[in-house]
Design a protein around this ligand. Structure first.
Ligand SMILES: *Cc1c(COP(=O)(O)O)cnc(C)c1O
Length: 220
């Protein structure tokens, strides 16, 4: 299968899942997760019209995209992996959305750096919906206070929530939970669903789905 074919069938699946749940397909945006994929596959996706990509490491993303980004003015890059504060400067330079805001120190550093660069980047708050010790994300019960801190103390543009469900759990439970948290907190964007489960995430309100292997094949 080529990337173009995969993209077509993913788009069809998105459309079907959206229509079946009474949603407009355009409200579901595909984040093509290009981490560790060979460069030619990225170009195939670009040639097929894909313009939104996700990367989980700042330096790897820089190496790959710094040269390509200026060639595509409508290209958008999302950071979908953990962000260390010493990489905030590079992240603010490169990315168009940070999906993994998960602690106060990071909020403070992002805020400072965005002011310095005079560049506002919308953010999603990552929620650790499964309460997993090793996983990033804030605890669900801390969300209201953290959201308030990000907005009022740091003046960050918070658009919504992101989660990565535990591997051995039913993802739908976590998607429904994230949707509930977003509704309770007046947030509109929901980044949830990956290759294996995006069709479940769409009826539950996903506005960004993050797809790697189903689009590009196995990572190296
Ligand atoms: C790698 C990754 C994805 C894509 O996963 P696939 O199963 O390959 O679709 C999505 N989200 C995050 C945060 C990732 O790190």
């Amino acid at each position: 299968m080529t990337v173009r074919k995969n993209l077509e069938s993913i788009r069809q699946n998105i459309e079907k899942a959206a229509r079946q749940s009474g949603r407009q397909p355009e409200t579901v945006k595909l984040v093509a997760v290009s981490k560790t994929q060979p460069e030619e596959k990225i170009h195939e996706a670009l040639d097929a019209g894909q313009r939104l990509f996700g990367e989980n490491r700042v330096q790897e993303a820089q190496a790959r995209w710094a040269g390509i980004k200026p060639l595509y003015p409508d290209l958008k890059l999302h950071l979908i992996g953990p962000l260390q504060t010493n990489k905030v400067k590079d992240a603010v330079e490169l990315f168009d959305m940070i999906e993994t805001l998960d602690r106060e120190k990071l909020a403070v550093e992002l805020s400072k750096e965005m002011k310095k660069q005079d560049r506002t980047i919308p953010c999603l708050i990552q929620v650790n919906t499964g309460g997993e010790e090793q996983k990033a994300g804030i605890a669900p019960e801390s969300l209201p206070a953290f959201l308030n801190f990000c907005r009022n103390d740091c003046a960050l543009d918070i658009r919504g929530l992101m989660c990565i469900p535990p591997v051995d759990d039913s993802p739908a439970l976590h998607f429904a939970f994230l949707k509930k948290l977003a509704d309770e907190n007046g947030l509109r964007e929901l980044s949830m669903g990956m290759s294996a489960d995006y069709e479940k995430a769409i009826p539950l309100g996903a506005t960004y789905i993050r797809i790697g292997t189903a689009l590009f094949g196995q990572r190296q």
